[in-house]
Design a protein around this ligand. Structure first.
Ligand code: ASP
Length: 453
């Protein structure tokens, strides 16, 4: 009878292990149809489905196999336990090192793979990440706190506000920087939202995520976390930024301004790009190089002025993608449901179909703020060029020279702050956190489209 049953397995799998005298970390050979797999029996996470076993293959990948589907299984060797279970570590504080707080919100960076479904499930706690990436202890004294544990597609404006409050209170403490682990899907919304919600920031606030979960050999989690922590610990910046790999080689990270960054690839490790500009800078082996000089410098902010956070946010805002043939009913729907604001990701220079004008007119007459951003992402709104744009402006649509997600987060923030139409318009077209560019950086827009240079 095996004494060392692998952890995390339930009834069917446990029975199977007992029957075949298999223990954790045993090297096994499994035959399934024409395939033969050799690997090491791994423990499983507590949420894993019953009836499967997980093995780590020689190439480093882990797979799950349904026990019912196996033809034969044979123990071919006994292995010493691998260190895959992370325990919380407590490292004594070193007064000479900077102090950084890591806030956990969820996402791939704080999760692991479920090898049965292939899905990524939230599991790692920030302190476990700390244990998994021991290099962090060399960079700073790290405190960790879980704010929430959700995938970023489930974030809501109220979550931005909660996070902003945490950040504001940390900025008023004697710490050097904050790192926020966040799912990558909507991380750009959160970086934008916090850029508006938190005022008089005194320290770097570095958002970070990972495109591949922490227990995959190709994971970018560790490298991103190291770069983000180095930046939070030592960066002379007091802004909300995102720091993630700048290329698929795990060498350097780009530092993107929170109001200008966008996820541009669903799986590449260098998925994040600064839009309309070049990144603020780069971090490579701990060395920070700034490309831009219009930064809010940590060394220059007045530390006597308190960091403050908005107390309200308007969540009844919508982000609407304009498309050929879209129905005006979509706009009517939001008005009828009591929405306070709408951001359009308009076509071209900031257009919407003529047949939606009546509904747009209704929206602005009923005090729903309507903002026009661009689905082209690059370039500026030009609502005076075509008659369509001019008409929309006459209907009260506010042109926004920023990426649609940033315009959306900004509108949620503005409508939480003020009610006067003039104030709303003025704030929307005023640059608050680097979201509105004086001009486009020509070296920024570069889509190779098959060219090699
Ligand atoms: N869907 C995940 C999220 O955004 C992906 C990730 O973590 O990167 O939370």
């Amino acid at each position: 009878m095996p004494s060392n049953l692998p952890k995390g397995y339930k009834h069917i799998s446990k029975k199977f292990f007992k029957e075949h005298d298999i223990e954790a970390w045993d090297k096994v050979e499994i035959k399934k149809g024409n395939s033969i797999f050799q690997g090491i029996i791994l423990p499983r996470n507590q949420f894993a489905e019953d009836g499967y076993i997980e093995i780590k293959l020689k190439n480093g990948y882990n797979i799950g196999i349904k026990v019912q589907d196996l033809d034969t299984v044979r123990v071919v060797g006994k292995n010493p336990p691998m260190k895959v279970e992370f325990k919380g570590v407590s490292v004594p504080k070193d007064r000479a090192k900077p102090n950084v707080t890591l806030l956990g919100t969820g996402g791939t960076i704080a999760s692991r793979l479920d090898y049965v479904t292939g899905g990524v499930i939230p599991a790692f706690q920030p302190h476990e990440l700390y244990a998994a990436v021991p290099e962090l202890a060399d960079i700073c004294n790290l405190d960790t706190k879980i704010v929430f544990k959700i995938f970023s597609e489930d974030m809501e404006p109220k979550n931005w506000l909660r996070l902003a409050k945490e950040v504001a209170s940390l900025s008023n403490k004697e710490i050097d920087g904050v790192v926020i682990g966040h799912g990558t899907d909507t991380i750009g919304y959160s970086t934008a939202a916090l850029s508006f919600l938190v005022k008089n920031l005194k320290i770097p606030v570095v958002f970070v995520g990972s495109q591949r979960s922490s227990d995959r050999p190709s994971s970018d989690a560790a490298m991103n976390l190291i770069h983000a922590t180095q930046l939070a610990a030592n960066g002379d910046i007091a802004e909300v930024v995102l720091c993630m790999l700048g290329s698929s080689s795990h060498t350097f990270g780009y530092i993107h301004r929170g109001t200008r960054v966008r996820k541009m690839h669903s799986s590449a490790r260098d998925a994040f790009k600064t839009i309309g500009d070049i990144p603020l800078g780069k971090i490579d082996h701990g060395e920070i190089t700034w490309f831009k000089n219009n930064l809010v410098r940590k060394s220059e902010v007045n530390s006597d002025v308190d960091t403050v956070c908005s107390t309200k946010i308007e969540s009844k805002c919508a982000l609407v993608h304009i498309y050929p043939g879209m129905s005006a009913e979509i706009i009517d729907f939001y008005i009828d449901k009591g929405y306070k604001g709408m951001v359009f990701a308009g076509t071209g220079l900031g257009h919407a179909p003529n047949h939606t004008f009546k509904a747009i007119d209704r929206a602005t007459s009923e005090d729903v703020t309507v903002v026009m951003a661009l689905q082209t992402l690059w370039g500026f709104t030009g609502m005076d060029v075509y008659s369509n744009g001019r008409k929309l402006k006459d209907l009260g649509v506010i042109p926004a020279d920023m990426i649609p997600e940033t315009a959306f987060a900004k509108l949620c923030w503005i409508l939480g702050e003020c009610e006067s139409k003039d104030e709303i318009r003025t704030l929307m077209i005023t640059n608050i956190a680097g979201e509105i560019l004086p001009r486009e950086e020509i070296r920024g827009y570069r889509i190779l489209q098959g060219r090699t240079e």
